[in-house]
Design a protein around this ligand. Structure first.
Ligand SMILES: Nc1nc2c(ncn2[C@@H]2O[C@H](COP(=O)(O)OP(=O)(O)OP(=O)(O)O)[C@@H](O)[C@H]2O)c(=O)[nH]1
Ligand SMILES: [Mg+2]
Length: 328
């Protein structure tokens, strides 16, 4: 490996923040040489990864994800854990996610020596953001963080991506969500291993309890994403820091159940495999789109398809044919 990255490797293994930040910068670099160094570093860190519990957190904007992570994170640190928080936020890739909001919502956690908070990578499409988040997760694991949170906004495609990189997927809900149960995306609910009705405090507490029982019924009708675990519905007040112990208890039971059945390892193996294919697909697509012939014909073809002059199938065939004939 590159001798230059060795001291960095050591420092990461010692958990030094500055080294972690430096490694992340390497991985996010668009400079090919830095990028290569980052990949080499990642490879040498790999044997030191995999021991953390990876928890995905999702829910609609304002449900309390950041407040919840602050409360749950501090609870876990009290139990002797070290916590890293990463974000996949496709809504604002340019500004780097909701870092300002999050740093204030997670004030105590962000200042804690046993926590590391990293906002959404600041570049590119969702696929790229997800890739960097995954790599950052591995660096954090090598640096000794044993609980990794990946936060994402509960809209669109990002949940599926986050679910494909975590062990446990936690969906936060609002106390009044029961009425809108029909409106909740079934797909997102099906990904959840734990559903937590947050803001179960004050005047909303009794409504939260009602929602909890409604969800219990709803989940029985859905297929569970894991064969050795049935999703559970719990209550929390992130604001008042209540419910954290039960949630952690459920998370531990979840891990035990999956580890005993072999599903834990199996899940991670299939995630790695899928990740490899995602990288291959991304790489191929980038090469394809950047090929001069393809690049030049795309605008016209797209227009022609949009206006109904050319069938999508015909246009696709045309692009693939010209790619194929280039290659030979
Ligand atoms: N009453 C009550 N309010 C809460 C609770 N958790 C969060 N809030 C409030 O809900 C608002 C939104 O909280 P956030 O933690 O920023 O929510 P979020 O899901 O991270 O929001 P986005 O990052 O915008 O998607 C804030 O005003 C919080 O103080 C809770 O358990 N009870
Ligand atoms: Mg937030």
């Amino acid at each position: 490996m590159n001798p230059k990255s060795s001291p960095l490797l050591e420092e990461i293994l010692q958990g030094k923040r500055r080294a972690i930040a430096k490694a992340i910068t390497l991985l996010e670099s668009s400079n090919p040489k830095s990028f290569d160094n980052g990949q080499e570093l990642l490879e040498s860190l790999l044997p030191h990864t995999g021991k953390a519990m990876r928890i995905g957190i999702t829910g609609v904007p304002g449900v309390g994800k950041s407040t919840f992570i602050e409360a749950f994170g501090l609870f876990l640190i009290e139990q002797g854990h070290r916590v890293a928080v990463l974000a996949v936020d496709p809504s604002s890739p340019i500004t780097g996610g909701s870092i300002m909001g999050d740093k204030t919502r997670m004030k105590e956690l962000s200042q804690h020596p046993d926590a590391f908070i990293r906002p959404s990578p600041s570049s590119g499409v969702l696929g790229g953001v997800a890739r960097k988040t995954r790599e950052t997760m591995l660096i954090c694991e090598a640096a000794g963080y044993d609980i990794i949170f990946v936060e994402t906004v509960g809209v669109g495609q990002s949940e599926t991506m986050v679910a494909s990189m975590v062990d446990l997927f936690l969906l936060l809900m609002l106390p009044n969500a029961g009425d809108e149960l029909q409106g909740i995306k079934k797909g997102v609910l099906e990904l959840a291993d734990l559903v937590v009705v947050n803001k179960s405090d004050g005047v909303q507490e009794s409504q939260a309890v009602t929602t909890q029982s409604e969800f219990r019924k709803a989940l029985q009708l859905l297929s569970s994403s894991k064969s050795s675990w049935s999703p559970q519905i719990l209550l929390s007040s992130a604001l008042e820091k209540r419910g954290m112990d039960q949630i952690w208890e459920a998370a531990i039971k979840f891990r035990e159940a999956l580890q005993n059945s072999g599903e834990w390892e199996q899940l991670r193996r299939s995630q790695s495999e899928k990740w490899m294919w995602t990288l291959v697909e991304d790489g191929l697509l980038t090469n394809f789109r950047n090929h001069p012939d393809i690049k030049n014909s795309i605008p016209e073809l797209e227009q022609s398809v949009a206006s109904g002059k050319t069938m999508p199938t015909t246009a696709a065939r045309q692009l693939l044919d010209s790619w194929q004939s280039r290659k030979k």
